[in-house]
Design a binder for this molecule. Structure first.
Ligand code: HEM
Length: 394
C-alpha cells in the first residue's frame, strides 16, 4: 500500500498472491466494517449471506447511496445519481431497460459468432510472443490485448484505440487515482466512443443500439464507456492471474488442457478478482443472518472470500480444476450478475488453453513472490508477469 495510508482490514496480508486478505477470512459471515469516510458499514464474507444480499431487491447499487470501503479520495465519491446510461449504478426498473437492450449482444449466440475473432487475436498475441526475447511480460503481450481487441470488435470501436482504452481503464480501476486523473481517463474513453458513434462504426453493438432509437446520445456514449471499461480489465486480470497460478502448478495446467470448461469455472472461483467494489446499500432495514442492516448502510460483498467458504466449497483453498465450481459468485448474482460472463468464459477458455498448447515449456522468469500484485485495485491482478520461453534453437 502507498505511504501515509492507514492499513485497512481489506488490505491485510495474503498467504499467497492467489488468496484473499487474511483478516477477512477470519471474520464471521457478516460483520461490521469501518469505512475510511467514517461510515460504519458491513462486510459479507459467507457464501449464503453474500448470495442472499445480491439477490435481494431491498439492496441498491445506486452510486449516491454507496460508501467506498477502501482508498480513493472522497471527492470522487460525491453523492451524485448515476449519469444517463451508467446502468450498473441503477436499480430496476431503470436498470432493466438497459439489460433488455443489451442481453442478446452478450448471449451465447453472439459469443459463438465472436469465436473466430477471439482465436485470431489469441494467435496474433502468441505469434508476437514467439518472436520476442525473454523475459516477456505476459500482461502486456497477452492478457491485455486479447480482451481489449475483442470488446472493441463487439462494440464497433476502432482497434487502434485500444491502447488508450487500456491506459484509461487502469486509471479508473486504481483506488489511488486522483479525481483529475479519473476525469481525464473518463474523457479519453468518452472521446473514443463518440468517435465510434460518429464514424462508420458498421455493425458493432453501439451502432445497433443507436439504430434502435431508444437511447439518446449521452446514454449511448456513457453506455459505450461502461462496456469498454467493464469489458476488458476483469478479463485481462483473470487471464494474467490464471496464467500465473497455472505456471506455478503444472499438474493443474495439464488438467486444464484435458477439460477446459470446468477448469475455467474453478479458476474464476479460486481467483475471484472483483475484490472491493461489489457493494450494496440497504434501502430499508433488512434482517439477515441474525443482524439488522439499517437503511442507508453499505455492505461490501467480499466475493473472493465467499467463494472460499468451506460450507459451500469443500477444501476451498485448494485449486482443483476438476471440481465442479458452478454456483460460484465470481460473476456476482442477481439482477446485476455480469453481463459479459459468456464472453469472458470463452476468452479464458480459448486464450489459456492456446497459451500452454503453444508454449508447453513456458515458465516464470522471476520467483513467484516477486510478481507485483495490484492489492489496491478494485479488480485484483498483477501489474506485470515476466515469463520466459526456452532458448530458441535449444
Ligand atoms: C458486472 C465480474 C468480464 C461486463 C459484473 C459483476 C461481477 C463481474 C462480479 C457484478 C458486480 C455487482 O454485482 O455489483 C466479471 C469478471 C469478468 C468479467 C470476473 C472476467 C473474468 C466482463 C466482460 C464484460 C463485463 C467481458 C463485457 C462487457 C459487465 C457489466 C456489468 C458486470 C456491464 C454490470 C452489470 C449490471 O450492473 O447489470 N462483472 N466480469 N464483464 N460485468 Fe463483468
Amino acid at each position: 500500500m502507498s505511504d501515509g495510508q492507514i492499513a485497512h482490514p481489506l488490505e491485510t496480508d495474503r498467504p499467497t498472491p492467489f488468496d484473499p486478505p487474511l483478516e477477512l477470512r477470519r471474520r464471521p459471515p457478516l460483520s461490521r466494517l469501518a469505512y475510511p469516510d467514517g461510515h460504519l458499514g458491513w462486510v459479507a464474507t459467507g457464501y449464503s449471506v453474500t448470495r442472499a444480499i445480491l439477490a435481494d431487491p431491498r439492496f441498491s447499487t445506486r452510486r449516491e447511496l454507496l460508501h467506498q470501503p477502501v482508498g480513493r479520495d472522497r471527492a470522487i465519491e460525491e453523492p451524485t445519481p448515476a449519469e444517463p446510461g451508467i446502468f450498473p449504478h441503477m436499480d430496476p426498473p431503470e436498470h432493466t431497460r438497459f439489460r433488455r437492450l443489451l442481453s442478446h449482444h452478450f448471449g451465447p449466440r453472439r459469443v459463438a459468432e465472436l469465436m473466430p475473432a477471439i482465436r485470431r487475436y489469441t494467435a496474433e498475441a502468441l505469434d508476437g510472443m514467439a518472436g520476442a526475447d525473454s523475459p516477456i511480460d505476459l500482461v502486456a503481450s497477452f492478457a491485455m490485448p486479447i480482451p481489449a481487441l475483442v470488446i472493441c470488435e463487439l462494440l464497433g470501436v476502432r482497434a487502434e484505440d485500444r491502447q488508450r482504452i487500456q491506459a484509461a481503464t487502469s486509471v479508473m480501476n486504481d483506488l489511488d487515482s486522483r479525481p483529475d486523473q479519473v476525469f481525464e481517463a473518463v474523457m479519453s474513453i468518452t472521446g473514443t466512443v463518440r468517435g465510434a458513434l460518429a464514424g462508420p462504426s458498421g455493425d458493432g453493438l453501439l451502432a445497433h443500439a443507436a439504430a434502435t432509437g431508444e437511447l439518446d446520445e449521452e446514454e449511448l456514449t456513457n453506455l459505450g464507456m461502461v462496456l469498454l471499461a467493464t469489458g476488458h480489465l476483469p478479463t485481462s486480470s483473470m487471464l494474467a492471474l490464471g496464467a500465473f497460478v497455472l505456471l506455478t502448478d503444472p499438474g493443474q495446467r495439464a488438467r486444464l488442457a484435458a477439460d477446459p470448461e470446468p477448469a475455467v469455472e474453478e479458476l474464476l472461483r479460486y481467483l475471484s478478482i472483483l475484490q472491493f467494489d461489489v457493494r450494496r446499500t440497504a434501502l430499508v432495514d433488512v434482517e439477515i443472518d441474525g443482524h439488522v442492516i439499517a437503511a442507508g448502510e453499505t455492505v461490501v460483498l467480499a466475493l473472493p472470500v465467499a467463494n472460499r467458504d468451506p460450507a459451500r466449497f469443500p477444501d476451498p483453498d485448494t485449486l482443483d480444476v476438476t471440481r465442479s465450481a458452478t454456483g460460484h459468485l465470481a460473476f456476482g448474482h442477481g439482477v446485476h450478475q455480469c453481463l459479459g460472463q459468456h464472453l469472458a468464459r470463452a476468452e479464458l477458455r480459448v486464450a489459456l488453453t492456446a497459451l500452454f498448447e503453444r508454449f508447453p515449456d513456458l515458465r516464470l522468469a522471476v520467483p513467484a513472490a516477486e510478481v507485483p500484485t495490484r492489492d489496491r485495485m478494485a479488480v485484483y491482478g498483477v501489474d506485470r508477469l515476466p515469463v520466459a520461453l526456452p532458448e530458441r534453437g535449444a
